[in-house]
Ligand binder design. Structure first.
Ligand code: SF4
Length: 454
């Protein structure tokens, strides 16, 4: 376990030039692109339906040693949720007490199936993350039991982290105390907004005040708290967004993941917007300006932009193996509907329907619904996705792996992005500029769609 649970890094961005954007030139950001992508490449959205042949190939892959030696994340999912937020596209199952035992039995069986493979026996995990769904619908004891099971059956690093995802409406003081006693490092909670009007509109179960109370309690108990905040929500003005960011800063949170709203087809929100019940979100320019506002406020308050969408104050988020090891490290995810797994060249998504998931696992078959095997070319492009993760691409390391420098493999893209002021190329690395930070997803797609020059 990490020795110090409340170690806060007093680490400011080293110079003004490292801030992601000079906010005096806000209008400059719109010159880079005429649209803003919301979702990066190489995610489950591009996976294909599993076939017996690829499942067999994947199973054989798991029989071999993991030779890359990078520490990984173990991510069991609790698929249940007791609510339905209007924007939610997560493949969760409505919570019913009767489902708990068969689901947890299947989850442990799937974990065991993985833990018995040679690939997993030769892998080391430094994070156990309970995802979902909303794991906090279960009792503290049930959640701790899953974590203990992982600790008994996997090679867990001496210096490891436990994170639990939850919703403030079903967390209480007892659960928080149990988590803190057990040594949970971090609570990840989907706050989305503290504004009660918007919370009601989005069918979020509790009030902003209740969310705040749970967060304060968790922090008093020594837990790190990392929240999701969403921007460009219907009815959310720039002023309301600033209030949310201000509240997050005032709560002195360890991390804030800021996501732009994506209206996912078929969600309640999508239907409500189409029927005129709820106003649509702002356009991409509004979205970009809200992001820039968050960058300014968080960085001025001492937060560091890190990873996909996070602003952090703690070293653990900056040093996370699973983040820094992209695209080689690996996330072993299990449970109905989990979709963030990647092991070696394989990325996969599990069967969403909890009953079908349980049935599949009970037959001893990996419950995979969709899978993608990255080619050599995909892996080259995935390395460039480090820019999306706000990580540099080391030129020498790239050449060692692929035989050429990244700017030789992607000459047109690197030139174009450099000319637009979105990336900087030095002798040692390629990295984002302040302006590029706003356009990270677009940049990742440029490399994913490129014709490479090997
Ligand atoms: S609490 Fe989370 S999983 Fe449940 S409906 Fe809301 S967003 Fe989805």
């Amino acid at each position: 376990m990490r020795e110090s649970l409340n170690y806060i890094v007093d680490f400011r961005l080293k110079s003004e030039s490292e801030l992601p954007l000079d906010l005096n030139s806000k209008q400059e950001i719109f010159k880079a692109y005429a649209f803003r992508k919301q979702w990066p490449p190489y995610t489950y959205r591009e996976h294909w339906d599993v076939t017996p042949a690829i499942l067999e190939e994947y199973t054989k892959f798991l029989d071999a040693e993991n030779t890359n030696r990078k520490k990984m994340e173990l991510q069991p999912w609790v698929t249940f949720c007791d609510s339905k937020c209007a924007f939610c596209y997560y493949p969760s199952t409505m919570f019913k007490r009767d489902y708990i035992t068969p689901y947890l039995t299947a989850l442990k069986k799937e974990l065991s199936m993985y833990s018995e493979t040679r690939y997993v026996k030769t892998s080391e995990f430094d994070e156990i993350v309970l995802g979902g769904g909303t794991p906090s619908v279960l009792s503290a004891e049930q959640l701790i039991d899953i974590i203990s099971f992982c600790k008994q059956n996997f090679n867990i690093s001496r210096d490891y982290m436990i994170k639990i995802t939850g919703s403030t409406h079903n967390l209480d003081e007892y659960k928080l105390e149990k988590f803190a006693e057990y040594g949970v490092l971090q609570l990840d909670v989907g706050v989305q907004t503290f504004n009660n009007n918007i919370r009601r509109m989005l069918a979020i179960q509790d009030s902003g005040e209740h969310a705040e109370e749970i967060i304060r309690k968790a922090r008093e108990l020594g837990l790190y708290v990392c929240i999701d905040l969403m921007y460009n929500l219907p009815g959310q003005t720039l002023e309301i967004w600033r209030e949310d960011v201000k509240k997050a800063i005032e709560l002195n949170l360890e991390g804030i993941d800021c996501y732009p709203l994506e209206v996912y087809p078929g969600t309640m929100l999508d239907l409500q917007i189409k029927s005129g019940q709820i106003p649509p979100p702002g356009d991409w320019r509004t979205e970009a300006l809200m992001y820039v506002e968050a960058v300014e406020m968080f960085t001025n308050a001492g937060y560091i932009p890190v990873g996909h969408d996070r602003f952090t104050k703690v070293r653990e988020h900056i040093e996370e193996s699973c983040l820094n090891g992209w695209p080689w490290a690996g996330i072993l995810t299990t449970g109905a509907g989990c979709f963030m797994g990647y092991l070696g060249p394989y990325s996969y998504q599990n069967i969403e329907n909890a009953h079908r998931y349980i049935e599949c696992v009970s037959k001893g078959v990996f419950p995979i619904a969709k899978i993608h095997k990255s080619t050599h070319e995909d892996m080259i492009k995935k390395v460039m996705e480090r820019l999306y993760l706000r990580l540099p691409v080391n030129r020498a390391e790239f050449k060692e792996r692929f035989g050429r420098y990244p700017d030789e493999v992607f000459p047109a893209e690197v030139k174009r992005l450099e000319e637009k002021g979105l990336i900087e190329v030095t002798d040692s690395e390629i990295r984002l500029t302040k302006l590029g930070d706003v356009w990270r997803i677009n940049i990742a797609w440029e490399f994913a769609n490129a014709k490479i020059n090997l």
